[in-house]
Design a protein around this ligand. Structure first.
Ligand SMILES: N[C@@H](CCC(=O)N[C@@H](CS)C(=O)NCC(=O)O)C(=O)O
Length: 213
């Protein structure tokens, strides 16, 4: 199994987290998102992922090379293929609630501060850091309210779920953009609980082979 990703990509980090939690071995293929205009935009990579984004998971099966992009789809595939530990709760309502939290980050926050959006904003003369912080803060106001209802030791009750896998990388980006995390005590508490786990430490950006100082 090969993971095409980038050390500081939050969407790649989600997949790294699931692989680490499931203890699945994989080959890391770094795609530098900035160097030379971005390796994700090369013809060779575009043929693998027409969206020209990371992450991308690639593996061989039945004599064919399989590829899957989009971190939600990848995480769900891995969660079903490697059932232990389960990253979705047993109840239907629990699974839907976790997916709701996942989508708040995946659809409601991350796309607004993705690299290509920030690059376009900079080119148009806008302050990309102010923009990024503003949209993360708006999303976190909602997420904090939701987590006050759902969180136990982790984002959903007392077991790790995909909600934690999506929230933790977004907190890292919030800090990068200068968001004041003390405004979001439940998000901060969930992030700290996850940070104490070895799988979360292993998947962190600065532990990746392509990390830069
Ligand atoms: N919805 C996609 C988002 C993927 C995404 O936004 N990837 C970013 C890095 S976190 C990327 O490749 N950006 C490169 C670019 O914008 O050119 C997913 O969850 O996989």
């Amino acid at each position: 199994m090969r993971l095409y990703g980038y050390w500081r990509s939050t969407a790649s980090w989600r997949v790294r987290l699931v692989l680490a939690l499931k203890e699945v071995e994989y080959d890391n293929h770094p795609v530098h998102l900035v160097r030379d205009g971005g390796e994700q935009r090369t013809d060779a990579y575009r043929r693998k992922n027409p969206m020209t984004q990371v992450p991308l998971l690639e593996w061989e099966e039945d004599g064919r090379t399989r590829r899957l992009s989009q971190s939600v789809a990848i995480c769900e595939l891995l969660n079903e293929r490697y059932p232990e530990p389960p990253l979705l709760p047993p109840s239907l309502e629990g699974r839907a609630t976790v997916r709701q939290l996942v989508e708040v980050v995946n659809a409601g926050i991350q796309p607004l501060q993705n690299l290509r959006v920030l690059q376009e904003l900079s080119a148009a003369g806008m302050d990309r850091d102010e923009w990024g912080a503003r949209w993360i803060e708006r999303g976190f106001i909602a997420l904090e309210t939701m987590l006050q209802e759902t969180a136990g030791a982790y984002a959903f009750a007392d077991e790790l779920t995909l909600a934690d896998v999506f929230v933790v990388p977004q907190v890292y980006n919030a800090r990068r953009f200068g968001v004041k995390m003390s405004r979001f005590p439940t998000i901060e508490r969930v992030d700290a609980a996850c940070a104490a786990l070895p799988a979360f430490a292993a998947a962190a950006p600065d532990r990746q082979p392509d990390a830069q100082p």
